[in-house]
Design a protein around this ligand. Sequence first.
Ligand SMILES: Cc1ncc(COP(=O)(O)O)c(C=O)c1O
Length: 421
Amino acid sequence: MRKTGDGTSEAYPRAMPEGPRVYLDHAATTPPDPAVVEAMLPYLTEIWHNPSSIYVEAQEAAKAIDRARARIAQLIGAADAEEVVFTSGGSESDNLALRGVVAASTRRGKHVITSGVEHHAILDPLEQMEREGVAEVTVLPVRPDGSVDPQAVEDAVREDTVLVSVMHANNEVGALNDIAEIARRVKAKNARTVVHTDAVQSAAHLGVNVDRLGVDLMTFTAHKMYGPRGAGALYVRHGTPLQGQILGGGQERRIRAGTENTAAIVGFARAMEIAAERREADISHERSLQERLIAELPRRVPMLAITGPRDVERRLPGNVSCAVGFVEGESVLLALDLAGIAASSGSACTTGSVEPSHVLVAMGVPEELARGSLRFTLGRMNTEADVDRLLEVLPGIVQRLRALSPIPATEAPAAWAPWLD
Ligand SMILES: Cc1ncc(COP(=O)(O)O)c(C=O)c1O
């Protein structure tokens, strides 16, 4: 990407707007907690040495990684700290889980089951693996609220199913899946099938326990829990067939080579610790803001459909997603940005593409309505005033954009009716 004369990139030519900002995009990433930054600093400035080396500073770094591993293992209910494999984040952990299990299971089969609303860090590697001929993939349909039916997973399991990967919480519409029930049914039908869940969005909000959920593999990332970007983990239950995918230095029990990012790993553990300490307070705070938005948005904006579960108990705390008829989600986002509000349409990773979100399409949301998708994800620091601001500016933005559109925003097509209720 080329830089312009004033140092801004051509792809992002707009200056940082002045005035107060409201951040409603916590599912994309979260601001690092000051206590996390404080915990990390010594490992950037003093103990920056390679943890594999022999001298005393390097051993200090290695010990810090061991402590972080033990703490994370304890927080997720792992029997052994060795079952926590550090990676660079959610995408890497997902890729490792899929490729690692399939590569280690060739004698048993190559059938993999997943759902149509998974993150691209699951769907894209699986698509590639199918093209390469190393996997045969069943992509399950989902319910209209974005959740996966455990019975459908059970029905799809076969003798040669080596892996089931279903996300714990959806990043776009916040739908929670009953992973414990899914794992129980999978194991009852085929005890050797490995069960993986992507807990990137849920780990901080809900807390996760690998035994209670009954999974063999679980994906984590630090930057969705007020930790740093560039650190994550894959929980790997002892006995799970898994072949390392990044080979070299032999770090992480030869599953993931590469000099460890000590500071980020320390920050990751601290972030998970803080999330556990604050869980009850965070959940009740985010749920109250979320409930207000879910109730108020459809009242204030005509032809706005809340997507994902209506019942907040079945939805990720803080997640509010909707589809607005007769506007493009991206245009609304730009106008919100100018008004001081940072939000997202669908998943941040696909922002910029004009295709409607694959999640909404899989849920059966009509394509024209899905083009107006918006996602507001609230966090610890959001206030009632932030919600007020969004409720104040969004109706006017939608009204203005509809007035400019060549397509008259008259009657909602009949196909939208079930979504607009
Ligand atoms: C459900 C889910 N899985 C995986 C990822 C990728 O995580 P990372 O950004 O740490 O690679 C994301 C990020 O948005 C996500 O929401």
